[in-house]
Design a protein around this ligand. Structure first.
Ligand SMILES: Nc1ncnc2c1ncn2[C@@H]1O[C@H](COP(=O)(O)OP(=O)(O)OP(=O)(O)O)[C@@H](O)[C@H]1O
Length: 271
């Protein structure tokens, strides 16, 4: 199967600082691909490259075989959370409606079908009851669920998610992760999911790109999330503990404010 996202010899550098270099990557349709790493390791910048918003220092990046470009219709994007201003003159359903234009849903949708599609998306993210509330009056988590609905609205071939679970409670973390996974499996979208914390999505992830200290590793979670690999990436000993199907990384260097769960939190929390 042709990859829908591909990078060849890709390097990103700001001034003297190399975030990653010589990255070769092919992400196929229907793949759930997680991007992990500490603060400042270049996860958001990686998404910006795919969005055509960040030039590479070297190498190339392509979507569906064509060079990345701004405003690509192939992409759905859940940006890193920023709140809407309290007086934003838009209701929740208007925000989701911005994502529905029907170009992947056959003929141009008429008003009735657009409304039904918006209702369906609001329902999927559990936002029906605040559909008519101005977005600026909603909580961070409620706004976040709308962003997910908006990103799914166009049935994108590539779904880019930047920490989409931030500020969601456990129930909605699970619901939103499952929804993104359905888009991946049922609609064959490639999902690129940036996160500090792999546990909420560990059952869904096919492969991981782990960025740290200007280097990276790519592979399945079993290949990458090990004491040996992460100790090598961080350049100091870290311990990866597996318990109850969850992963805990212990002993990360102080300089990396990393949101992995602490060992005491094993009993069912989600960091
Ligand atoms: N346009 C830019 N010019 C210079 N430096 C930049 C630019 N964009 C990002 N950086 C730097 O590159 C590094 C990586 O930023 P990025 O936002 O990609 O990290 P991240 O892994 O997403 O971090 P976080 O987990 O904190 O969101 C940061 O140190 C940031 O300051």
């Amino acid at each position: 199967m042709e990859p829908v996202v591909s990078l060849a010899g890709a390097s990103l550098r700001f001034g003297q600082r190399t975030l990653w270099e010589d990255l070769d990557l092919a992400i196929r349709p229907g793949e759930f691909f997680a991007v992990l790493g500490p603060n400042g390791s270049g996860k958001t910048s990686f998404l910006k490259v795919l969005l055509g918003l960040q030039d590479l220092h070297a190498g190339s990046a392509a979507l569906a075989g064509r060079p990345v470009e701004r405003g690509s219709r192939l992409i759905g994007y859940v940006p890193q959370q920023k709140s809407f201003a309290p007086d934003t003159p838009m209701r929740a359903r208007d925000l989701v409606g911005l994502g529905v234009d029907g170009h992947r849903w056959g003929l141009r949708l008429n008003a009735g079908r657009i409304n039904r599609r918006i209702d369906e998306l609001l329902e999927l993210v559990g936002a029906s009851e605040y559909a008519r509330v101005p977005v600026g009056q909603l909580s961070g988590g409620e706004q976040q669920r709308l962003r997910v609905a908006q990103a799914l609205a166009s049935d994108p071939q590539v779904l880019l998610c930047d920490e989409p679970l931030l500020s969601l409670d456990l129930h909605h973390q699970q619901a939103v992760s499952a929804l993104i996974n359905s888009q991946c499996r049922e609609r064959n979208s490639a999902v690129v999911f940036v996160t500090h914390e792999i546990n909420p999505i560990i059952d869904y992830v096919d492969r991981v790109l782990y960025l740290a200290g200007g280097r990276f590793r790519v592979g399945t979670p079993e290949e990458v999330m090990t004491t040996e690999v992460l100790s090598d990436l961080y350049g100091s000993h870290v311990e990866v503990i597996r318990a109850n199907g969850r992963l805990v990384v212990v002993g990360l260097p102080d300089a990396t404010t990393h949101h992995h769960a602490e060992p005491h939190a094993l009993a069912g929390e989600v960091a």
